[in-house]
Design a binder for this molecule. Structure first.
Ligand SMILES: N[C@@H](CCC(=O)N[C@@H](CS)C(=O)NCC(=O)O)C(=O)O
Length: 182
């Protein structure tokens, strides 16, 4: 079994896997449109984390496909179902390896759709940055989530642009600098 990571599963891999492949899924865009009340925020002060929203024919979301050993599947799925309990559901998508020698194949993805209870939806990027700056949850500050993802994506896919992610990272880091200079 394969699982696709496009958010915290890119930089926080707390489950066993036997192989990983870089690549992308088509027809989606990665957006900070999901409230996090159990990892990067609280019910009273939710943070914002990523999900995937329908994009256009040229949309691609890059990430990592992890191959789960047969004997680990039940344990890993139980673990990820709990970790992603804040509104994510398992879906099946086609994964396109970055290595064109490899054929596309089906795999599992955790996706928070627009009708889940924690769906935050679109917002002004400055408002999202403010929310990130002011949110912390059981897994740590929301700013760490944004910066860890941006850093990991730059390292793994140095030639891939993700304006939404890197613009948010820049806004959040600017707010951090301003708060330090006060
Ligand atoms: N399904 C996404 C993960 C989305 C996500 O980041 N989920 C949050 C739940 S709010 C998470 O696991 N956070 C762990 C953390 O913030 O440390 C992926 O494929 O990477």
């Amino acid at each position: 079994m394969w699982v696709f990571g496009y958010g915290s599963l890119v930089w926080k891999v707390d489950f066993p896997y036997e192989e990983k492949i870089l690549g992308y899924v088509k027809g989606y865009d990665r957006r900070f449109y999901q409230f996090s009340t159990d990892h990067r925020g609280t019910p009273a002060n939710p943070g914002r984390v990523v999900t995937l929203i329908p994009g256009n024919d040229s949309s691609k979301v890059y990430g990592i496909a992890y191959k789960i050993k047969k004997s680990d599947i039940e344990t890993v799925l139980n673990h990820l179902d709990f970790r992603e309990k804040g509104g994510y559901e398992r879906k099946t998508v086609i994964f396109y390896p970055k290595d064109k020698e490899l054929e596309p194949f089906e795999m599992t993805i955790y996706l928070a759709s627009h009708n889940n209870c924690n769906y935050a939806g679109p917002a002004n990027i400055d408002a999202i940055a403010e929310q990130v700056m002011n949110s912390v949850g059981p897994s740590g500050p929301n700013i760490d989530y944004v910066c860890n993802l941006a850093t990991a994506m730059r390292k793994l896919f140095p030639n891939v642009e993700d304006y939404h992610l890197f613009n948010l990272e820049e806004k959040v880091l600017n707010l951090l600098d301003e708060s330090k200079s006060k």
